[in-house]
Design a protein around this ligand. Sequence first.
Ligand code: 6PG
Length: 250
Amino acid sequence: MRAGEVLIFGDATSLEEAAAHEVVRTVRNAVARRGSCAFVLSGGSTPRGLYERLGEEPYRLGVDWSKLHLFFGDERCVPPDHPESNYRMVKEALLSRIPSLEKSTHRIRGELDPEVAASLYEKEIRRTVSEALPRFDLILLGMGADGHVASLFPNKEALMEPKRWVLPTVGPRPPRNRVTLTLRVINEARKVMFLVAGEEKALTLQRVLQEGDESASMSWPASLVQLKKGRLLWFVDQAAASRLENKLVN
Ligand code: 6PG
């Protein structure tokens, strides 16, 4: 079993509840220890329910949101009000419920040229988190059915980027132009939480989780998320976990 703890839930509600609880616990720990929390949000559709839950009681009351800096793992190269924008999804699900977060939300400027947006975002991370390789307190990730994470797609050289923290990439489906954190940054995190749901992810999840370390390959970018010093958690629903052996449903 690849390093990491796999938590399996019977349905979306119990997965979101448990994930919201883990997010609040992680944020509170970071604020207690370091005075602030640098939290990277995932895009896509799976995390929307979690963001809505974080914006409601009791979770909203559990965090001193003024101590958070919100970032994005990736963004589609579209304007921030575009239906495909990850920022727009987070704004609707979370920022609309906690407006004070807007000023400490560092979006990727999807409306700009991808290379320009990537370098501006890296500068923003240097300015607000660290001039050295940043160690984010929490990074949320989803996983595509092809095994991609953030906007790091299978068999692309962006997966092996040795230096940059943020890169423009091109995905297989529109909106194809993307900007993404690199694995170099993701694997430095204190904690990564994957949120994976749905039958269409089951085969890929089995490959990523139940093949040995030697199977970590560019064909399955999620298999390359191997934290140097952090804690890797998988929050998955029963449908996505249907091909895993020896599983225990929470
Ligand atoms: C994005 C995400 C992407 C997403 C996966 C899973 O911008 O689309 O960052 O990596 O997490 O594609 O997406 P779903 O949650 O919609 O299945």
